[in-house]
Design a protein around this ligand. Structure first.
Ligand SMILES: Nc1ncnc2c1ncn2[C@@H]1O[C@H](COP(=O)(O)OP(=O)(O)OP(=O)(O)O)[C@@H](O)[C@H]1O
Length: 392
């Protein structure tokens, strides 16, 4: 809900504010580019203005809700408020509060949340809260029984007074927080189309890392549905990053999977992980990426016991980032729903089909190396060199 006449979106960032001025300016520039790309991608009219601490989107009242929704998909944005912009004169602000209350207040408790960045003005935020509260009260008391509740109001009238303008708004729509996408170096995201890996990729994007998606084609153990699902999740992630290339590297792994299934029993899932990591590392060298991200979480699967993660991780020298490491499955599912990558049907394909009846939970490196094909890692390197780029 926004005040009548609201045609501006007031944006707040969080971690960007903790940076030195030079870094902050750099990150704000990236943020503005990303916001512009999100608006353009969704055909929402609007100009983004880079402002110290509070970027703004100037749009139309008809598009202000859509612009707010797009802005709260931008990594780095903590919250956004569709706002009416008025001059910093106190009377003009009170008038805007009254107009907003007349149009939007429908009874119940209310509060005013007033902030003033410009300390040279002849009034302070307490004056605004007190006089604004009285003005709203008078404007609606004939029709309703207004009541002030500062702790848990039904409606909050926000006022933020900055150097040149004051903003009046009714909501703080939460954004993802984090850092603007592109503020960090890219990482290879191993995506399987399951529930976990898209969430893990999203979490790295949230910290500013562009992702280079990589899907390992498991041959007969994967199949067209498996691949289609992986591509679908990348498409969903790309909605958050319209100005970043999200083509998928498809790494051929079918022959190696067949070999692992025919030659190994207990440790085969671990050797398959080693194949993934080494292939991802080789791809990282090829595309100048600086890490690998997976959707693994401690103990979620037998290949994800701490011992097994320790053993399999030795296949790569690059760091393997596991942003879901300590999350419970239900939290990951909730996150997947929030970001739109959740899929509720399961297909019997991918790693589940490769898993042997008796799984290894307590691997040791030496016996695993002795059991797996001698050229496993060379195969992974070659597969990564042969990876083809496909449109998700
Ligand atoms: N075919 C694949 N291509 C690329 N990466 C994969 C593939 N299969 C698995 N991975 C990566 O390995 C991780 C562990 O896979 P696994 O199937 O054991 O676990 P998971 O927790 O069920 O993951 P997901 O839900 O993402 O499939 C995945 O999160 C993903 O990062």
């Amino acid at each position: 809900m926004h005040p009548p006449g609201a045609d501006t979106v007031l944006l707040r960032h969080g971690d960007v504010n903790t940076k030195s001025n030079t870094v902050k300016r750099y990150m704000e520039e990236i943020l503005v580019e990303n916001l512009e790309a999100l608006l353009a991608d969704r055909s929402i009219p609007g100009d983004v203005e880079q402002r110290w601490n509070r970027p703004l989107i100037h749009t139309t009242e008809a598009s202000v809700a859509e612009a707010t929704a797009a802005a709260t998909d931008a990594f780095g944005i903590v919250s956004a408020s569709p706002a009416l912009v008025v001059s910093t004169e106190k009377d003009r602000i009170l008038e805007a509060l009254v107009e907003t209350a007349r149009e939007r207040y429908t009874g119940g408790t209310f509060a005013i949340d007033a902030r003033r960045a410009d300390k040279t003005l002849p009034y302070d935020s307490e004056d605004l809260a007190r006089e604004g509260g009285t003005a709203i009260w008078k404007a609606v008391e004939d029709e309703f029984h207004p009541e002030v509740d500062l702790d848990d109001p039904d409606i909050t009238f926000g006022v933020e007074v900055r150097e040149e303008f004051a903003f009046v708004y009714l909501e703080h729509v939460p954004g993802p927080g984090g850092l603007p996408l592109g503020a960090q170096e890219p990482v290879i995201a191993l995506v399987s189309g399951g529930i976990d890996s898209p969430v893990a990729a999203y979490e790295m994007m949230k910290r500013g890392c562009p992702i280079v998606p990589a899907y390992v084609d498991l041959g007969a153990y994967g199949g067209i549905d498996h691949e289609a699902r992986a591509m679908e999740t990348v498409r969903k992630l790309s909605r958050y990053a319209p100005n970043f290339d999200m083509q998928v590297y498809k790494i051929p792994g079918g022959e190696t999977v067949d070999l692992l299934v025919s030659e190994m029993e207990q440790g085969r899932m671990l050797s398959l992980r080693r194949f993934f990591y080494r292939a991802a590392e080789t791809l990282a060298e090829r595309v100048n990426a600086n890490g690998i991200v997976t959707g693994e979480a401690v103990g979620q699967k037998s290949s994800q016991t701490v011992r097994n993660l320790g053993v399999t991780s030795r296949a790569a020298r690059l760091p393997i980032h596991r942003p879901l490491l300590t999350l419970d499955k239900q939290d990951i599912v909730a996150r997947a729903r929030e970001i739109g990558t959740y899929t509720d049907s399961t297909i019997n394909a991918g790693c589940n089909r490769v898993a042997p009846d008796r799984v290894e939970t307590n691997a040791r490196l030496e016996p695993l190396l002795n059991a797996e094909p001698e050229d496993l890692l060379e195969r992974a390197e070659e597969a990564a060199r042969n990876a083809e780029l496909v449109e998700p």
